[in-house]
Design a protein around this ligand. Structure first.
Ligand SMILES: *[C@@H]1O[C@H](CO)[C@@H](O)[C@H](O)[C@H]1NC(C)=O
Length: 221
C-alpha cells in the first residue's frame, strides 16, 4: 500500500509541473483557427473535428487558392509563436499530462496531443518531403480522406478500449497511413511520409513502442 502511494506521488509531479497558461493557450488556439480560416469551435475540445478541418484544407487549399500545406503550417507556426510570446513553451501546452489534467475526456486530450505532434512533424522535419510532392500528397488526401480519418478514429477507439495492445495499434495505424499514401505515379517516399506522420501522431502516448518507418523497399507493392 505504502509503495503504491509513493509511486502515485512520483507520477503526479510531472503532471502538475506543466506551466501552460490555460487562458493564453486558448487564445493561441483561436489564433490558429483564425489563421486556418475555420470556426473557433475547432479547438482542443473538438480535436477530431479539427483533424478533419485540417485534412479538408490539405485537400481544398485555403482562401484564394493558397496551398493547403502552407496554410496549415503558417497557422501552426503562428500558434507556436503565440505560445512563445505568452511566455510559455509549446511543449508545456502540448504536454499530454497537462492536456489530460484539463480535459474531461482522456481521448479528447490524447486526440489533441496526437494531432499537434503530427503537425509538428508535417510542418517541421517532414515539411519538404510533402511540399516537394504536394500535387501527389494533395491527391492522396483527396482520394483517401475517409480512409485516413478511419485510420485515426480506429486507433483512438482501439487504444482506449485495449491500451495493453497499444503498440500493435500504432503499427496498424502506421501501415494504414502508409498504404493510403500510395498513388500511381507518385514517389515511394510518400509511403514513408504517411507512415512517419502516423508514427509521430502516436508518440505522445506511445513513444515507448519505439516503432520505425522503413525508408526503402519494405512497403513496395
Ligand atoms: C473526409 O471524410 C470525413 C469522414 O468520412 C467526412 O466527414 C468529410 O466530409 C470528408 N472531407 C472531405 C473534404 O471530403
Amino acid at each position: 500500500m505504502f509503495q503504491k502511494l509513493v509511486f502515485l506521488a512520483l507520477i503526479a509531479i510531472p503532471l502538475a509541473s506543466a506551466t501552460c497558461d490555460t487562458k493564453k493557450f486558448e487564445a493561441c488556439q483561436d489564433t490558429f483557427a483564425d489563421r486556418l480560416g475555420i470556426d473557433r469551435v475547432y479547438n482542443w475540445l473538438n480535436p477530431l473535428g479539427l483533424t478533419l478541418q485540417i485534412q479538408d484544407i490539405y485537400i481544398n487549399g485555403g482562401v484564394a487558392g493558397a496551398r493547403g500545406l502552407n496554410v496549415v503550417c503558417n497557422a501552426y507556426n503562428s500558434m507556436v509563436q503565440c505560445l512563445a510570446a505568452a511566455s510559455t513553451t509549446t511543449s508545456e501546452c502540448f504536454d499530454i499530462g497537462f492536456l489530460l489534467h484539463h480535459s474531461s475526456a482522456p481521448n479528447q486530450a490524447y486526440s489533441y496531443g496526437f494531432l499537434m505532434s503530427m503537425l509538428q512533424y508535417q510542418c517541421g522535419a517532414g515539411f519538404y518531403l510533402a511540399s516537394d510532392n504536394w500535387q501527389c500528397m494533395q491527391r492522396i488526401y483527396s482520394g483517401k480522406n475517409a480512409t485516413m480519418y478511419g485510420c485515426i478514429t480506429d486507433f483512438i477507439l482501439n487504444t482506449q478500449e485495449d491500451p495493453k495492445r497499444g503498440c500493435n495499434y500504432v503499427q496498424t495505424g502506421m501501415d494504414c497511413f502508409s498504404k493510403a499514401s500510395i498513388l500511381q505515379g507518385c514517389p515511394d517516399e510518400l509511403k514513408y511520409y504517411g507512415c512517419e506522420s502516423f508514427r509521430q501522431y502516436s508518440l505522445p502516448q506511445f513513444s515507448r513502442c519505439e516503432k520505425q518507418c522503413p525508408i526503402d523497399t519494405q512497403y513496395r507493392i
